[in-house]
Design a protein around this ligand. Structure first.
Ligand SMILES: Cc1cc2nc3c(=O)[nH]c(=O)nc-3n(C[C@H](O)[C@H](O)[C@H](O)COP(=O)(O)OP(=O)(O)OC[C@H]3O[C@@H](n4cnc5c(N)ncnc54)[C@H](O)[C@@H]3O)c2cc1C
Length: 494
């Protein structure tokens, strides 16, 4: 039998894992990538002797990678390291910083002054969040849906006791368990991981507190997160999967209900039997297929996750006041969280995350130096299209961090690179600079998320953060599994 050809558009984690799965099933796979380097948002920056992970800095649900390796019958080409403590959280105006341990006794000790009944309250939260996680993980999340009825019937099988969690927010849920503002703020940070705020994220997502604290925790990769991509590229090479870089798909040709080719920026036609789109599933329908349901007006009305403002610093000296993963919060949490997404002016007191990878992977910075990655969630380009104030925002963050870490970062700067939402949007075709893709509101998940099958072309599929099941590294690995299952169902293994 003739080998079926698949063209994968985009080399993000979902694109790469889809390519590998399909190749394992006997398909002939080729890839095109807009940029000059594979990985998409899971990427790497090298400059002046420093190396930084561009976006993701840790991940949960490591067993999704294990599932992938077992499907591929390959040994993991990189090493995960489980984090404990998970991170530290600094509050402004005080010297208080809290270390988030997974061990509840140690954690209760951290919070002994502010939440005396912490252990009992946390156990209650984890029990309820854990039950929701186990009642929905296999049943709801890791599935393809063909129609709304199938989706609703599946939801109906979730125990009804969880229903109130659909109607209250993460913040309200935390208020049912804890009294301390600091404790509530710390455990509501999971909403920001989803790219939203705890005030508009449904309480069901406290399941992320269960996954971070109990189930599988968070993981780093020895040598930096980009080792994931390098390891998988090695496997692709063995399988003869070619990537054509600097190739952006901008158009298409069709024949009836079938896509006959995708065209790149130079007018070259890429012909294949099947196409897997790893470019943002809503963005591609908008930009390339020009679909009626994805006009700019409709896209703007969808809910998008936060845009990233990221800074990559090389610093001379060792910064004792910082750990590997650190959050810096201000003293106006609610006001900040409620305004942040829709603010068109520069953020006065930014909240941000700092990763000092050289504390875990010393080879990522020259000896006696640190490489800092700073991530500040900011409004997307719908709300703040102009980032000409980027130097000022970066300067404010660096000054704030210098003061709060007790180390003069500004004076010891060796190198600085800034990515604002315009850069993120342009580099990876992320709609209006949204960093994590479509948000996870109830009307944008499961059957209601852009599908991994195309509405018009029977030979086009999607994979990645804005199709099912959602965003984040493990989710994109699941996404590649669901897309592969669709293809096998429709076209069979080869
Ligand atoms: C700043 C930041 C921090 C993050 N931190 C974490 C974290 O700590 N942990 C975690 O789990 N997740 C994190 N995420 C989310 C995670 O990075 C994403 O969910 C995941 O990497 C998305 O992978 P993907 O395969 O869906 O898409 P992408 O990585 O976006 O890949 C899509 C690829 O397609 C290419 N492409 C797009 N359009 C075209 C076209 N028309 N033609 C050709 N190629 C095209 C792009 O260049 C890109 O390479 C973070 C994201 C950001 C932005």
């Amino acid at each position: 039998m003739m080998q079926k050809k698949v063209l994968v558009v985009g080399t993000g984690l979902a694109g790469i894992t889809s390519a590998l799965r399909l190749s394992k099933l006997g398909y002939h796979v080729e890839m095109v990538e807009k940029t000059h380097q594979a990985g998409g948002r899971l990427n790497q920056l090298k400059k002046d002797g420093f190396t930084w992970d561009l976006g993701p800095s840790f991940f949960s649900m490591s067993y999704e990678f294990d599932e992938f390796f077992s499907f591929m019958e390959m040994a993991p080409p990189f090493e995960f390291v489980s984090l404990d403590p998970l991170y530290t959280v600094h509050f402004s105006g005080t010297r208080n910083r809290y270390t988030i341990y997974r061990d509840l006794d140690k954690l209760a000790h951290e919070f002994r002054q502010i939440e005396p009944d912490f252990k009992r309250n946390m156990e209650r939260l984890l029990k309820s969040a854990g039950k929701f996680f186990h009642d929905t993980d296999e049943l709801v999340i890791k599935k393809n849906y063909n129609n709304a009825v199938q989706w609703l019937l599946t939801l109906a099988r979730v125990p009804w006791g969880h229903a109130p969690k659909l109607f209250r927010s993460v913040w309200t849920e935390l208020g049912r368990h804890f009294t301390s503002e600091e404790v509530k703020q710390i455990f509501s940070l999971v909403a920001f991981f989803l790219g939203a705020t705890p005030y508009d994220t449904p309480a069901i997502y406290t399941l992320l507190t269960y996954t971070e604290m109990v189930h599988d925790g968070y993981h780093n990769v020895r040598g930096g997160m980009y080792r994931i991509v390098e390891g998988l590229l090695g496997e692709m090479e063995k399988r003869g999967i070619r990537i054509h870089y600097d190739t952006e798909i901008t158009g298409y040709t069709k024949e009836g209900g079938v896509l006959s080719s995708l065209t790149d920026q130079h007018g070259h036609h890429w012909k294949s039997d099947l196409y897997v789109i790893n470019s943002d599933a809503a963005g591609f329908r908008h930009m390339v297929f020009d679909r009626h349901n994805y006009t700019e007006k409709k896209m703007d009305r969808m809910k998008w996750t936060l845009a990233p403002f990221t800074i990559y610093l090389g610093v001379k000296g060792k910064i004792e006041g910082l750990e590997h993963h650190n959050y810096f919060l201000g003293d106006n949490f609610e006001e900040y969280a409620r305004k942040i997404f829709k603010n068109s002016i520069s953020l006065e007191k930014p909240y941000y995350y700092v990763n000092v990878n050289s504390k875990f992977n010393p080879e990522m910075a020259p000896e006696g130096h640190e490489n800092l990655f700073i991530l500040c969630p900011v409004p997307d380009l719908r709300y703040k299209p102009d980032w000409s104030d980027r130097e000022k925002l970066a300067g404010d963050i660096i000054s704030d961090l210098s003061e709060r870490s007790g180390f003069d970062i500004k004076k010891n700067l060796v190198t600085t690179t800034i990515y604002d939402p315009v850069d993120w949007g342009n580099q990876f075709n992320l709609y209006k600079g949204s960093g994590l893709g479509l948000a996870h509101d109830l009307d944008q998940i499961g059957y209601f998320r852009p599908k991994n099958t195309d509405e018009k072309f029977g030979n086009v599929y999607y994979t990645g953060a804005s199709t099912i099941p959602g965003t984040g590294l493990p989710m994109t690995v699941i996404s590649s599994r669901l897309t592969t299952q669709r293809i096998v169902h429709d076209h069979g293994p080869v």
